[in-house]
Design a protein around this ligand. Structure first.
Ligand code: FAD
Length: 365
């Protein structure tokens, strides 16, 4: 196993990790020497590289530019929205990494971060990197959340989560139950229309259709406030999907009108080939799409014991309360592209002041 060191290790090269890297560079730290960025993905694009082919950037999926990119004339605003979002974001991040020479190391999967004397050790599949500070920017894509309902294990049909959804074609001719009240569930229902034999939609709460046609997660004040409160108190973070509301675009409004986007209150249980509603009626189904959100993907931090008994990690101003050497970017209230940009700037400054005169590494990684 290779032994390395860097003053700072950033785990994850999505919007949050790249944003921290940009601001660290502006503070005079050098990518590849003073700080290292590690990412387990095969390519650029953060979690976007893994999203399904039919997902497009548009009014419901508004991605903010990375810091410093608009000024060089490259912007998502001029991106070709007819192309898959995963390709657009992948090539945009690629240009960004090249332009700022960020030297992301990939694929480099961080398995664990643990204490080593007064420093931290970041262990990947091929290296151990000693460091003074870790910025965790691993997002949520790797930690899909599926709620438990009686009978779910016995259900014999196809089950996918947003993170494993590939294409409507996988559901051709099937009777499909879509679960979840966010934009992903709505996107799935619309693209399954005419491909699946039938769809039915179940949500935990009535869907909050916003009377404007675009969603900016930063404007979703309730969702951000819920996340902020939970992360300050060390509670398990609620899914951001649950608090955002859904923009009533023309496409969505017409889906509501056609009856495709009319949600039922949650079912009470599943049978091997059916869903059973609270009134006891059962409806045959062949497949379930769980668009039920994600949780922070931070299993690799478990050796540091950052969790409270309430289930979450207390992160009040960017760093973990239990270990101020661990910073969280794009976490909780900043889990959106604009939030990730903002946390990048704040965290880079905090990391810089935590390092003090240790900003340079002892050996080159
Ligand atoms: P990610 O993009 O998930 O990046 C995390 C990176 O960390 C990944 O590249 C991953 O490979 C890496 N990583 C994870 N674990 C490890 C490990 N152990 N070792 C090494 N590397 C690791 N937000 C918006 O603002 N607008 C939208 O339109 C929008 N649409 C969304 C649509 C969907 C379907 C979903 C699920 C989310 C959406 N979001 C949207 C939220 C969005 O994911 C965030 O805004 C943002 O892109 C997340 O950036 P991030 O850097 O925090 O995480």
């Amino acid at each position: 196993m290779r032994q390395d060191s860097a003053s700072v290790v950033i785990i994850g090269a999505g919007q949050a990790g790249l944003s921290v890297a940009y601001y660290l560079q502006r503070l005079g730290l050098r990518a590849g020497t003073d700080f290292a960025i590690l990412d387990r993905g095969p390519s650029t694009g953060g979690a976007w590289q893994s999203r399904w082919e039919s997902l497009r950037l548009g009014s419901a999926h508004r991605v903010h530019d990375l810091p410093g990119m608009k000024s060089v004339g490259i912007s998502f605003e001029t991106a070709d929205r007819s192309l898959p979002a995963r390709d657009v974001v992948r090539s945009y991040y690629e240009e960004y990494e090249e332009f700022y020479d960020l030297r992301v190391r990939r694929p480099e999967h961080v398995n664990a971060v643990f204490d080593r004397d007064s420093d931290l050790m970041v262990r990947t599949q091929s290296a151990e990197i000693a460091t003074h500070a870790v910025v965790n920017a691993t997002g949520t894509w790797g930690a899909p959340f599926v709620p438990y309902y009686p009978g779910v294990r016995e259900f014999s049909g196809l089950q996918v989560h947003t993170s494993t959804y590939r294409s409507a074609e996988d559901f051709r001719g099937k009777r499909v139950l879509v679960v979840g009240g966010g934009t992903s569930a709505i996107g799935f229902l619309l693209e399954l229309e005419g491909v699946a034999a039938h769809t039915v939609w179940a949500t935990r709460r009535p869907v909050d259709f916003l009377d404007h046609g675009s969603l900016d997660l930063e404007d979703a004040v309730n969702a951000v406030a819920q996340q902020d409160a939970a992360s300050r108190q060390g509670h398990a973070l609620p899914s951001i999907v649950s608090g955002t509301g859904v923009p009533l675009t023309r496409r969505v409004a017409s889906g509501v009108h056609r009856g495709v986007l009319v949600a039922r209150p949650m079912f009470s249980r599943l049978e091997p080939d059916a869903v059973v509603w609270p009134d006891g009626t059962s409806q045959p189904i062949d497949a379930i799409v769980w668009a039920t959100g994600f949780r922070p993907d931070i299993r690799h931090l478990s050796p540091l014991r950052l969790h409270e008994k309430e289930g979450g990690v207390i992160v009040s101003t960017g760093a973990a309360e239990r270990d101020p050497r661990i910073f969280f970017a794009g976490y909780g209230p900043t889990a959106s592209t604009i939030g990730a940009n903002r946390s990048g700037r704040i965290i880079a400054r905090q990391v810089f002041s935590t390092l003090g005169d240790r900003a340079a590494p002892t050996t080159q990684p």
